[in-house]
Design a protein. Sequence first.
Length: 440
Amino acid sequence: MEDAYRVVGGKPLKGEVKLSGAKNVALKTIIAALLFKNQVVLKNIPVINDVVELIHLINGLGVKASFTDTNTITIDPSTLTSNKVDMLHASKIRVSFMLFAPLLHRFKECFVPNPGGCRIGARPIDRIIAGMRSLGVSLAYNSQTGFYEASMNKVRGEFTFEKTTHTGTELLVMLAVLGTNTVVLHNAASEPEIDDLIEFLNASGAQITRNGDSVTIHGVSELTQNEPFAITNDRNELVTYAVLAIATKGDITVGDIPRSHIDEFLKMLEKTGGGCELLSDTRFRFFYKGHLSPTNIETAPHPGFMTDWQPNWAVLMTQATGESTIHERIFENRFVYVAELEKLGAKIEYISPEIENIESFYHFSVNKEKPDEQAIKIIGLTPLHNAVLRIHDLRAGACLLIAALVADGESIIKGSTILERGYENIVEKITSIGGDVSKL
Ligand code: EPU
């Protein structure tokens, strides 16, 4: 296999797509399952490269975990026997550092390497480490070995995140869920994926409540599952198919995502003039209904316009008439796709908007100087043509696939394994709605 796709674009995509379970819930519930006493069964788990990598990683810790049915994983946490995470596997998947929680609960001390994953910006874990320390974890990084060495007795206290962090909130929730104390997290992130993890834990005996951006965790003595837990569908996948429908002048129905999880996306879609019919509270028909207007987007934590959606949106804006802007506030280095879209004929320039307080505006840590390349201007409408492209990160992968399906002619996209870290059966799903995509 060539790790590439061949795409023939220029056709409207039409039909219904069944969404898969959310990657960013699947990964966390699998890790959280290691906190349980007995067997855990998780349903609606997507068969994607990141999940497969995570299963390898926990298998390496002795854990019996595997797909036991279509999209169903069975995990036996009693088989967790090692407190040292393998560096090679961990380097392939960023959430590996979340293993701190189950390993510290089981062994009181553990060894976890620096996280890997998609290279979108520096992605440090300094705020997460500050939170762990504040709750009572002793932690040191050994630069000789590349491992964090951590130990913990009891978890207690309150912690206020300096800036919100999605996985940081989840890790501290997992650290506090077992025990005899109460932990309160302030300025906690509020992405719906976090609440799905909380729902999973609460369904098994945890006592976690959210009040706005505060999360209170009363420690419990054990977590036991009574019935399998089905994780929520992937809202990022929904956005990809919605954009695909409109950008290819097609008509695609997708479902089972609460409207409140994609509110900001729907608002921007209305602004640009994309068609959306609400078939129920959770089912949507997205369709092209004519001329698209330019938009100005700033990415933001939930309930704002999500960073994971902006690469898809950039393609749509190449098909809008006029100048659109996208300002990325969450991650550094999330515009690597720009050079690739330019190969297809897109007209995009980096811009430098005025910002009053750089430090509070951006969610990554900024060192005094305003970072370059955090905002772009897209000049539309541009007909896209074929090209040979390379995927550099997961969401950029979806963006390039959409763009190649809009473009006239045959394109080659290299780096399919990166896209398949997060998109299940993408070739089959796109083929089923009339797209011409094949794996080389
Ligand atoms: N940050 C720090 N220090 C920290 C923690 C975060 O500087 O200790 C920075 C990050 O580098 C980033 C910003 O703060 O610039 C926000 O990071 P956050 O921790 O909120 O994001 P994350 O947990 O790394 C998760 C998802 C992302 C999604 C974001 C926003 C997972 C595995 N990843 O990342 O998903 O974009 O939240 O919702 O849940 C993806 O699926 O492709 C993806 C990148």
